[in-house]
Ligand binder design. Sequence first.
Ligand code: DHB
Length: 512
Amino acid sequence: MKTHLINYWSILSLALCSFTSSKPDLSFQTQKYVSQTLTYEGKTFTVRAYENIIYVANPVDTAYQKMNIYIPEEYFSGKKVNGYTAETAPIFFPNKIGGYMPAQPATLKEMPMGGMGGNRPPMNGMPPMGDRRPEAAPAMTQAKPSTVVAALAKGYVVASAGARGRTLKASNGEYTGKAPAGIVDLKAAVRYLKFNDNRMPGDANKIVSNGTSAGGAMSALVGATGNNPDYEPYLKALGAANGTDDVFAVSAYCPITNLDHADMAYEWQFNGINTYKKGWPAPAKNSDPASVLSDEQMKVSAQLKTLFPAYINSLNLKDAKGKSLTMDTDGNGSFKELVISYVIASAQKAMDTGKDMTAYSFLKIAENKVISLDFAAYLNYMERMKTPPAFDALDLSTGENMLFGSATVDKQHFTEFGQNNTKTEASSVEGKFVKMMNPMYYIGQENTTNAKHWRVRHGSKDKDTSLAISVILTTALQNKGIDANLEFPWDKPHSGDYDLDELFTWIDGLCK
Ligand code: DHB
């Protein structure tokens, strides 16, 4: 009898064992690595490469829900790099998301183009990849240092997660990467890092997210939405690891974010500029003839522009002195002055570092000081790139329309204006998904842990979204007492990772 009992018991435990081990183990496997020797700025060093780690227990698409983790070898023998130890090293968390497309994790080998290169497929109405503007052409031919390798040389642990995106389909034909899939994936990857904090070098309380464009938007979203319950059911369904999902700091280059207000912001900025260069399918050259907005598009532009002041005024933003930032019905006022002040600061910084600014006739300069900016003339130099509405297109032709599709519908509207003025039989996405893709709704909210430190950069020649978008984001954060800084690096087009020394100095300043 006794023997029988034991037998039953061992059979049961065997069964239990095989049941649990058939689920992917989310414990970090310290021994599963490949050693890689790298060279950066003349320094040769070794890292352990842990690649293609599936970071959730119930993945939907293992081609994307995987992470690459790279760790300086020194941390396995008690040594220091750049003053950091295995316990104190920040975890740099760059994503390669572009165009809200599915994204592979970053690797050591890619030729990064400011977070915009590598494996980016084309997107609707947008150029395929790379620094796509004509003024960026030299950057594409010049091998820039890999962001991952540069971060490793600084002693950071690097963890880069892939994520699902707007074009993914399952074998049954259902879409699997529509909003909020991408952000849920990144949050699940953060949970993996938190869950494994004691199993791997690097301090999971010092995760610094980084991304460019749609990836910059995702980086901001990771930082804004920490631990918010809206995402819980989706994380649970994926079998995300047990852990929190807030991060320490955010680096966001030209975040294409606040999508539900980006159309009005774009027309606030570009209304009156009635020519545009799409830059697609081939990158636009300066000599390319510009297209002209139709009468109907001009009307749409004017309508959208009038919606922006009410939005700005509803935010109750304040400047550094506590003065209200407002906008009158023409789009003028203290908010616009703040935007202009960032452009002036950027021009001043360029001049202070030796750039000849005489060609920029829209700047008034006296005694090496940029005194004022002719905003309209500056926008003429910048040029319009998108037609109105820039994001929620009335014919559903943008990547964002696709982002907001559903399991069964490829493209949808995500603004009231888009739906009310649609040219098709289109439907609209559920409002909760628009919210879950917009960091603005999570700043300073209850049950949410916002990242404490933010660095936002948007090139002064980047017309993929309005300058106002980054100003709104940064100001909203600052108004909640969060450390956030914004610059419009001079003459930079839509791109990122172009100032890694400055970025890493900022990270070191926060982490050391
Ligand atoms: C990107 C660029 C865009 O203009 C846009 O609307 C969305 C994403 C990008 O480069 O990721």
